[in-house]
Design a binder for this molecule. Structure first.
Ligand code: M6R
Length: 364
């Protein structure tokens, strides 16, 4: 049931504050200032390396998680898309934890990778939205997202719930490995608990994003740029736009622009820059200025401070709430989802059932 919404995708985008809160409930003990896994007896202290495998949007959640596992738990992380992982010869050593991320829990390549890792003696952790799925059944450590059924082919609420679970899991791993003080853990719990309100604040920009959709809908090519954990957001923004509006889009690490893609820039190419203010901001802004100097039409997604500093170079800005860096990937997912959604609606495509795509890819 779509309720008051025109499409399931729209409904699912707007459900995010509620489903992220509902997902986090199983992982946070706010009164104690602690994170806790649904299966507390699973021992993470011995984990020496994490290997993350997933496809599509779930893979981008994994890319963000890599930053968190490395930063908080100081554990080396290897990550690959399932269809590549499966057919190379990855080195899987004892003490390795293999982590699979999937909305459906049935994606054929991810499931095949999971079985391969099990055969190679890895412990198997699974972040999955469908609790009765094959991956859920085959996990040693099941980390459910509680997003509820996702109907739109474009994944939205499952993604932000995956990020919420992965952030809590990273904190848990960090504690188990003795890399996190009680004070730091309390901070993480507090920041995660702020995510639902920040998601609501991001959703409040819906109408404004709808108004800028025509700017993107006329384009043949669109670039998305980000740095650090915003780089996966650039990839996610580009994937969302491609899959539902059929506009060619690419996500790029902002610093890679000058190594090739900047040759594409002219005044017909919208460039979506995802750059919250913070330690990486100045660098991304200088990449943005390189784009502006070549006539690129910039849409800057940032917070008030970032927009005040750099908004002049942009044809449009989208102001996100000021929020802690930990939850920025969840919050900045919202404007890229909404932009893709409104562009697709403007183009009149089938938003919930885009051509050539299935909700769950069960062939390798
Ligand atoms: O069910 P899964 O999370 O394993 O699916 C993975 C991808 O097929 C999926 O994320 C796909 O990329 C989405 N349609 C993206 O919106």
């Amino acid at each position: 049931d779509k309720g008051n919404h025109r499409h399931f995708m729209q409904k699912e985008i707007f459900e995010q504050p509620v489903v992220v809160a509902q997902t986090l409930q199983a992982y946070l003990k706010p009164l104690d200032g602690k994170v806790a896994l649904p299966i507390p007896e699973f021992d993470l202290a011995e984990v020496k390396r994490v290997t993350i495998v997933a496809c599509g949007t779930s893979y981008y959640a994994g890319l963000v998680a890599k930053y968190w596992f490395e930063k908080f738990a100081r554990v080396p992380v290897d990550i690959d898309v399932a269809s590549e992982f499966r057919y190379r010869e990855p080195v899987l050593e004892p003490g390795g934890l293999a982590l699979f991320i999937s909305q459906s829990g049935e994606t054929a390549d991810t499931l095949a990778a999971l079985r391969h890792c099990r055969a190679e003696g890895q412990k198997i952790a699974v972040v999955v939205n469908v609790p009765t799925s094959s991956m859920a059944r085959e996990a040693d450590l099941l980390l459910p997202t509680n997003a509820g059924p996702e109907i739109g082919v474009a994944s939205t609420k499952a993604f932000t719930c995956q990020l919420a679970v992965l952030a809590a899991f990273a904190a848990n791993l960090a504690r188990a490995k003795g890399k996190m003080t009680a004070e730091e853990e309390r901070g993480i719990v507090q920041h995660l608990a702020e995510a639902p309100a920040a998601l609501n604040a991001a959703l409040a920009h819906d109408e404004e994003i709808e108004k800028m959709a025509p700017l993107v809908a006329v384009a043949r090519d669109v670039l998305y740029l980000g740095r650090g954990p915003d780089y996966p957001m650039a990839l996610e923004g580009a994937l969302k736009l491609k899959e539902i509006s059929y506009i060619h889009a690419e996500g790029y690490a902002a610093g890679e622009m000058k190594h090739g893609p900047i040759a594409l820039i002219d005044d017909s190419v919208p460039v979506i820059v995802i750059a919250p203010s913070g330690p990486l901001f100045e660098k991304t802004v200088s990449n943005m200025q390189e784009v502006a100097a070549r006539g690129g039409r910039i849409v800057l997604i940032s917070d008030a401070v970032g927009i005040a500093k750099a908004g002049d170079g942009a044809v449009a800005t989208i102001e996100m709430p000021d929020c802690h860096p930990l939850i920025q990937p969840l919050v900045y997912a919202v404007p890229v989802q909404l932009l893709a959604y409104h562009v697709a609606v403007a183009k009149g495509t089938d938003v919930d059932q885009p051509r050539n795509l299935a909700k769950s890819v069960t062939v390798e």
